[in-house]
Design a protein around this ligand. Structure first.
Ligand SMILES: Nc1ncnc2c1ncn2[C@@H]1O[C@H](COP(=O)(O)OP(=O)(O)OP(=O)(O)O)[C@@H](O)[C@H]1O
Length: 240
């Protein structure tokens, strides 16, 4: 069963002005898929539409064959879909522990065991659990955002530009952690401008151009394809 399937999706911020225009994508269980493409291609809009944060005007989104098209974001956490927004993804005035506690309360998951599991996965967060999230470094804050999204034990985790604002070293550390998350059985979809880093951890990549999927291939093929690089990936930040 496909973990996440997007079929001919159309979505946008205003009626009659779709930004995502007929995008299709299938993500298999336990895969890491990177959604790439030039600035303004609609990558963030696509992931937000899947996450129930941007109105969908046509097409379908299936999570493990269940139709979740247009389901509001707060329902999707209960359906097994986690989402890490690009910004404002933690409560800066709360401690690490309170951020995770709050997520557990909202989702009504057994707090103690789940937080213990997450602290095992993120030992740096465990060590600093009483620290305010606003005092964390960029990389640690991103780890907390990922941990928050994992509180509800999603089967599929989507991340909007997890490398944004991070130094290359921290990108490496955060992306390594995503491999650990995948090893726990989670399927991952990430939108990235940092093509090199994303393809280094992804199994496959999907190149979005003007709101539709133009190329889908293995990460290895995409990374080595000069035409792909020249046509679509030339404008990205952070790496050649
Ligand atoms: N909240 C919004 N309201 C209206 N239009 C928006 C909004 N957010 C994005 N857009 C528009 O949607 C288009 C696609 O933006 P989107 O952020 O999805 O692209 P992207 O591929 O993620 O690009 P980038 O990599 O630069 O973030 C752009 O033309 C943008 O101006």
């Amino acid at each position: 069963m496909t973990a996440l399937r997007v079929v001919d999706l159309e979505a946008g911020y205003e009626p009659g002005l779709p930004i995502v225009r007929g995008t299709s994508l299938a993500v298999e269980p336990n895969e890491i898929v990177a959604v790439l493409g030039p600035n303004g291609a609609g990558k963030s809009t696509l992931i937000k539409a899947i996450a129930g944060l941007v109105p969908v005007s046509a097409g379908k989104v299936l999570l493990h064959d269940r139709d979740i098209t247009g389901r509001a974001a707060h329902h999707l956490a209960h359906e097994g879909l986690g989402f890490v927004p690009q910004t404002e993804n933690v409560f800066v005035n709360l401690s690490i522990e309170d951020n995770l506690d709050l997520a557990a309360s909202i989702l009504k998951v057994p707090k103690k065991q789940r937080l213990r599991d997450l602290y095992d996965l993120f030992p740096d967060l465990a060590r600093q659990r009483r620290l305010l999230a606003g005092r964390l470094s960029g990389g640690q804050r991103q780890m907390l955002a990922v941990a928050r999204a994992l509180v509800g034990e999603p089967k599929v985790l989507m991340l909007d530009e997890p490398s944004a604002g991070l130094s290359p070293k921290l990108v490496g550390i955060v992306f390594e952690k995503l491999l650990d998350v995948r090893a726990t059985g989670v399927t991952i979809v990430l939108v990235e401008q940092n093509v090199k880093a994303a393809l280094a951890i992804a199994d496959r990549g999907a190149v979005l151009v003007e709101g539709s999927t133009r190329i889908v291939g293995t990460a290895r093929d995409l990374a080595g394809d000069p035409q792909v690089a020249a046509l679509y990936l030339g404008q990205h930040r952070g790496g050649s």
